[in-house]
Design a binder for this molecule. Structure first.
Ligand SMILES: O=C(O)[C@H](O)[C@H](O)COP(=O)(O)O
Ligand SMILES: [Mg+2]
Length: 301
């Protein structure tokens, strides 16, 4: 059963109990480019109380550096080494777990954030934002020359998705022996500032259906992202809390990692998924309407 935060004492107690605060981004800090009310103030409260703050987003459209620019643009204090995205996690997975050889390549379905993280990890890639792949022309398989050096297909949120990209990815995954199928994340929807849109999971879905197999997912709830955080940030899981808006990514990620979890209702999940007649089997430790609710601790009682 989740505990609903309500009194000033509830929020104070949570702040006292955890030294490291992991935040999901889309639906917790912002929706698209619209900052959610109270976020800068609450992050400031945490920093003034010497809490470690880490951002863990499944959104693979931006690299960590581009996310730092977004934080700056929105007036939210963040350091690039506090930011972990699913594009970074996928690049690290390819280099350190799969150990993709330097002479091999990745076929990308995704945007420049994913390309940038692959480049920074020294991984060659094709596809992605290449104009040749970003076309609405019919795909002509008889004119396609397969690249035998493609050893993995990585699929992330791609707002320019098309049949050519799906067809090329399908060729690599069915014709290049041992070609890895990797999804940066499998979120079904994306909480934009104007409402829900298809998420990265909806971009890889056609390939899963055509191939009859699932990709390896390196974003939340998989542990890859937490392993990336652990490699750079020392934290005690007992005194670490994960704040998210989606049950089957953020909250499951926190539970899988042995962290305490706090769900907010400013993104994907609605309260009836927790308190309604058919509650989710994924149960957060705590719930509150919005991150901004923590401002109560600075109101004079
Ligand atoms: O479709 C997606 O990629 C996701 O909905 C989105 O980007 C998730 O981002 P997060 O909530 O993990 O910051
Ligand atoms: Mg989210």
């Amino acid at each position: 059963m989740s505990t609903r935060l309500s009194s000033q004492e509830d929020y104070e107690k949570l702040l006292d109990s955890y030294d490291t605060w992991l935040f999901d981004c889309d639906g917790v800090l912002w929706r698209g480019d619209h900052l959610i009310d109270g976020v800068p103030e609450v992050l400031d409260i945490l920093r003034r109380r010497n809490k470690k703050v880490v951002f863990v987003t499944n959104n693979a459209t931006k690299s960590r550096k581009k996310y730092k620019a977004k934080f700056d643009q929105l007036g939210v204090v963040a350091h690039v080494d506090e930011i972990y995205g699913s594009a970074y996690a996928a690049a690290v997975y390819l280099s350190t777990i799969i150990k993709i050889p330097k002479n091999k390549k990745v076929y990308v379905i995704g945007q420049n954030g994913l390309e940038e993280e692959l480049r920074d990890e020294g991984i060659q890639y094709i596809g992605g934002t290449d104009p040749e792949d970003n076309t609405l022309e019919p795909f002509d398989l008889s004119n396609f020359t397969i690249d035998p050096d493609v050893a993995a297909v990585v699929c992330g949120l791609d707002t320019q998705i098309n049949y050519t990209k799906l067809s090329k990815a399908f060729q690599y995954l069915t014709r290049n022996p041992g070609c890895h199928f990797i999804a940066t994340n499998e979120d079904s929807t994306y909480p934009s500032s104007a409402g829900l849109l298809p998420g990265a999971g909806a971009i890889s879905a056609p390939l899963r259906y055509a191939l009859g197999k699932d990709p390896v997912c390196t974003g939340k709830p998989a542990s890859t992202m937490l392993d990336c955080v652990k490699a750079k940030v020392h934290f005690d899981p007992e005194r670490t809390i994960m704040v998210g808006d989606r049950l089957n990514t953020d909250i499951l990620f926190g539970k899988n990692g042995g962290l305490t979890t706090l769900l907010v209702f400013t993104g994907i999940t609605s309260e009836d998924e927790i308190t309604g007649p058919n509650p989710s089997p994924i149960v957060p430790d705590f719930v509150t309407q919005a991150l901004g609710d923590f401002r109560i601790v600075e109101r004079s009682s």
